[in-house]
Design a protein around this ligand. Structure first.
Ligand SMILES: Cc1cc2nc3c(=O)[nH]c(=O)nc-3n(C[C@H](O)[C@H](O)[C@H](O)COP(=O)(O)O)c2cc1C
Length: 343
């Protein structure tokens, strides 16, 4: 039995990846991640110099909402509200950061970038490659990104330019919403190696005592275990719409969540909030529980069950309304789209 998985041509010891964020913002964090036998580490996103203001965060920048440790012990019920933007150092610091990670870490390192015009994306991506990263993730879906940037006019050109310029794999990180499958297909057409689904969404909260917005007074990124349900759906849809692999992210706090993502077609799962809320040791627990599940189910590798749950999805018109049962002769929604483990 093995947790090892191959992804983007890289041999990973685990399908669990550290998602871009504060747990991958400096070499000390990266060392802690590596101790957990993680599959790969996606570094905190660096922004082009045009977005220099995104390097300076208001403090405090996080607030934990809806959290009741009394009920849940290791909390599985929370909302993480945050206004942390890009990597806090300069671009030069970031290239050094990648080099330092590559000097010390044995797991693959994925650089993460954000820019606007295609030339800037390409320039940053090339520097990520030159600094030794094993792959690059394009964070085109940050909840803090300027609203003026449009997928069709800005990001398609950016993905295209980066893919053409690089020899390392390119992941495209997309946000949830009605356009996500269209965007997955566009990323695939541009030659992206994988998509990461789905980034956090932009949310908002107010305090009824002060009658003011909480924290820094503006919209914030929100996520939590509840977010997995819409990402499960997007991953399931994407697995039936594109051939390139999917790295799932959003609300995974347990082995159960990781298994669900795999059953719905994901190749890897990126986690962050569970580490911030419950600590690095969450990863050891997830790994142990994954191994126990695989043993109980007689599974040698998670690749054996990738996309399995999709095969029993049923078309809505074939569901008997009063019982929820499939009609006789019901047609499966499932249609294999590829040869990398979904069929
Ligand atoms: C505080 C915080 C900072 C984040 N920063 C980034 C970032 O810089 N780039 C990025 O692509 N995603 C960022 N994310 C999103 C995470 O990478 C991840 O995709 C998301 O939180 C969903 O996973 P989770 O529910 O396990 O946290 C951030 C998330 C949080 C909570």
């Amino acid at each position: 039995m093995t947790l090892a998985t191959s992804f983007l041509g890289l041999q990973l010891q685990s399908p669990l990846l550290i998602a871009s964020g504060p747990a991958s913002h400096d070499v000390n964090q990266v060392a802690l991640a590596e101790e957990q036998h993680i599959g790969a580490i996606v570094l905190k996103t660096v922004c082009s110099d045009k977005y220099d203001h995104m390097r300076y965060w208001p403090r405090p920048r996080y607030k934990l909402l809806d959290w009741d440790k009394q009920i849940s012990g290791r909390s599985k019920y929370f909302t993480l509200y945050s206004y942390e933007q890009g990597y806090s150092g300069t671009l030069l610091d970031y290239w050094d950061f990648i080099r330092a990670c590559k000097d010390h870490a044995t797991v693959p390192i994925v650089g993460s970038i954000f820019a606007d015009i295609a030339d800037d994306w390409k320039e940053l991506a090339l520097k990520v490659q030159e600094s030794g990263a094993d792959a690059v993730e394009l964070d085109i879906s940050s909840p803090h990104r300027p609203g003026s940037l449009d997928f069709e006019t800005t990001f398609v050109a950016a993905i295209d330019a980066v893919v053409k310029a690089l020899r390392i794999p390119v992941l495209v990180k997309l946000g949830a919403g009605p356009d996500v499958i269209h965007q997955c297909k566009a990323a695939e057409r541009c030659g992206a190696s994988a998509v990461t689904l789905c980034n956090r969404i932009r949310g908002f909260d107010v305090d009824i005592e002060t009658q003011q917005p909480i924290l820094h007074g503006y919209y914030a990124g929100v996520g939590g275990p509840w977010a997995k349900y819409y990402t499960f759906r997007h991953v399931a849809e994407a697995a039936q719409s594109i051939k390139i692999p999917i790295s799932a992210t959003g609300g995974a706090t347990s082995a159960e969540d990781i298994i669900k993502y795999v059953l719905l077609g994901a190749s890897t799962v990126q986690i962050l909030s569970v580490i911030m809320v419950n600590g690095w040791e969450s990863i050891a627990q997830i790994h142990a529980d994954l191994a126990a599940y695989m043993q109980r189910k007689g599974i040698h590798s998670l690749e054996e069950i990738r996309g399995k749950a999709l095969k029993t999805m049923i078309l809505p018109e074939d569901i008997v309304r009063w019982s929820g049962e499939p009609k006789t002769g019901a047609r499966n929604v499932w249609k294999p789209v590829d040869d990398h483990g979904h069929s």
